[in-house]
Ligand binder design. Structure first.
Ligand code: PHE
Length: 347
């Protein structure tokens, strides 16, 4: 092995030993720099006789080429290693669990509605849902409201800037009672011409809207409408069904139910339903929880049915009220503020 081979090997070893770009450039300078080993050898050529100069020059240039190639190869190696290291450092482990995974839960009002559905479901009630944007006819007229009834007024009802086919403003339904009409009409249409139409037993939960806002009123709240219509369903049946519902909902027998005479255009007679617990934090106070009554003959006619043979009762339960009573919440607004500190207690 001649001195040039040794030199090339030394350069290769130095380059391999360089772990980063800066160290490699230093190594390069030692061989190829202004006073590097190769440069020195080339400078030494000048003192040589022409023949020797030529062959020695060619050998040195060959060695120089080999060193340059080794340098380039090492540069590429280092650049690749650097990229690898960077990719590793910035690697994202998509299999790691996220930070603070929130556990979701059903809203207390949704839970309450599901509970009400399950209880009435067990008593043979169907569950129906309908539109929150309603016609004036469904919301009021079909329900036997006189044209000048205050419930129609702008102070109570939210109107939508769109008119129906009859030129009446649409509204956000102020109660779930339109669902009595929608469900009964569909039921009547389905069984038209049949000998004995099956009874209607349905509940219709959903959002309702009124211009009202304080600790016990929200402009959006929830009702569950109930309708049981048959050949001769009486007020007594309403009392039995409602008391049974309260018993199952609150899981207690220790309460009284009171039917307080009231007025709704769509029922006659009408009653507010109050309950009073015998024990627990709410004991002793009458709490109003629903409106109810025997369906008015005019309303049955608007269902498309004969009021002589279709008799029954309807009720409207305040679902939020039931949620508040069950969970001991005293401000309705908490239910709809969307504050997780409140909501996460119900997970
Ligand atoms: N719709 C009535 C209300 O919102 C409640 C009700 C429903 C009363 C059915 C009687 C029968 O206050």
């Amino acid at each position: 092995m001649n001195d040039l081979d040794t030199l090339v090997q030394a350069a290769q070893a130095d380059f391999a030993a360089a772990r980063q770009g800066a160290a490699l450039e230093d190594a390069k300078a030692r061989f190829l720099g202004k006073s590097g080993r190769i440069t020195e050898l080339l400078k030494g050529l000048g003192a040589m006789p022409p023949e020797q100069k030529k062959s020695r020059g060619a050998e040195i240039n060959q060695a120089k080429g080999a060193i340059e190639a080794a340098l380039q190869a090492r540069r590429e190696q280092l650049a690749e290693a650097e990229l690898d290291a960077q990719l590793q450092a910035e690697a994202l482990d998509v299999t790691l669990p996220g930070r603070g995974r929130g556990i979701g839960g059903l809203h207390p009002v949704s839970r309450t509605i599901e509970r009400i559905e399950a209880i009435f479901g067990s008593m043979g009630f169907d569950v129906a849902e309908g539109p929150e944007i309603e016609t004036d006819w469904m919301s009021f007229t079909a329900l036997n409201n006189p044209e000048n009834h205050p419930a129609r007024s702008m102070q109570d009802t939210f109107y939508v800037d769109v008119k129906d086919a009859g030129g009446r403003w649409l509204c956000l339904r102020p109660h779930t009672s339109p669902m009595q009409v929608r469900y009964a009409q569909a039921h009547a249409a389905k069984h038209v011409g049949t000998q004995a139409m099956p009874e209607i037993r349905v509940i219709a939960p959903g959002r309702v809207y009124r211009v009202d806002s304080d600790a016990t009123h929200s402009p959006m709240f929830h009702q569950v409408e109930g309708l049981w219509l048959g050949a001769n369903v009486s007020f007594k049946d309403l009392k039995v069904v409602f008391a049974d519902f309260v018993r199952q909902f609150f899981e207690t027998d220790d309460f009284d139910v009171r039917f307080r005479p009231s007025f709704f255009p769509f029922t006659e007679p009408s009653a507010e339903i109050d309950i009073r617990f015998g024990s627990g934090p709410l004991a002793g106070r009458w709490l109003e929880v629903a409106g109810s009554g025997q369906v008015h003959p005019n309303v049955v006619r608007n269902y498309g049915l004969d009021p002589e043979t279709n008799i029954g009762f309807a009720f409207g339960v305040g679902a939020d009220r039931f949620a508040m009573l069950r969970y001991g919440v005293d401000d309705l607004r908490l239910m709809f503020d969307g504050d997780l500190r409140f909501l996460s207690q119900f997970r």
